[in-house]
Ligand binder design. Structure first.
Ligand code: GRF
Length: 192
């Protein structure tokens, strides 16, 4: 079973998944491995990590495509080369077309830095602080046509502290993301 991970930036969630795969022996236990890391940005820091771990990398610069549909069509053809059992969005900052989502629905995952269905969209930490939330967290969910909305696979809760800034809350949430994303994937692999 192949896993393809899509990133746009630092790729810390991708790295956590790669490390969990190695540490927990996903290849031996589930016949699963991370086959490729694909980024829509050539400057994504996560690409260096993937290359160091001898994982195939691909860059598809969305600015070189005339439309969202054209980008997604090329992305799907690159993804399909690996015939993935799972397509994992990890800090992938592109909204995918309904056509792309439908193609992978049921095996397309995302992680979002809030306790969905609260705070879909961007700037989740600032919004949670501004609302006076006492708790926030992260959510791993199946991707559906509706942005940041789909069956929830894992969640983690963190306290929001009185002196929190969006940055301090983001760091606390990110630590939990690195725990729940590998856990969600391992559970899917074990039941697949
Ligand atoms: C993080 O804010 C995370 O919550 C969201 O994307 C951002 C970067 O993640 N999923 P990563 O370090 O690129 O995995």
């Amino acid at each position: 079973k192949k896993i393809v991970i899509l990133i746009s930036g630092g790729g810390s969630n991708m790295a956590a998944i790669v490390r969990a795969a190695q540490r927990e022996g996903w290849r031996e236990r589930h016949g699963a491995a991370v086959a490729a890391v694909i980024s829509n940005r050539a400057d994504a820091g996560g690409l260096a990590f993937a290359r160091e771990h001898r994982i195939a990398t691909e860059v598809l610069d969305h600015k070189q495509f005339a439309s969202r549909e054209a980008f997604d069509a090329e992305l799907a053809s690159v993804v399909d080369r690996h015939q993935p059992a799972l397509v994992v969005l990890a800090g992938f900052m592109r909204i995918l077309t309904a056509g792309f989502v439908q193609r992978y629905e049921g095996r397309l995952l995302n992680i979002h830095p809030s306790l969905l269905p609260a705070f879909p969209g961007l700037h989740t930490h600032r919004r949670a602080i501004e609302m006076g939330c006492r708790f926030s967290g992260a959510t791993v969910h199946q991707v559906t046509a509706e942005l940041d909305f789909g069956p929830i696979l894992e969640q983690a809760v963190v306290p929001v502290l009185p002196d929190d800034t969006p940055e301090s809350l983001a760091a606390r949430v990110l630590t939990q993301e690195h725990l729940i994303y590998p856990r969600a994937i391992a559970r899917l692999l074990a039941t697949a």
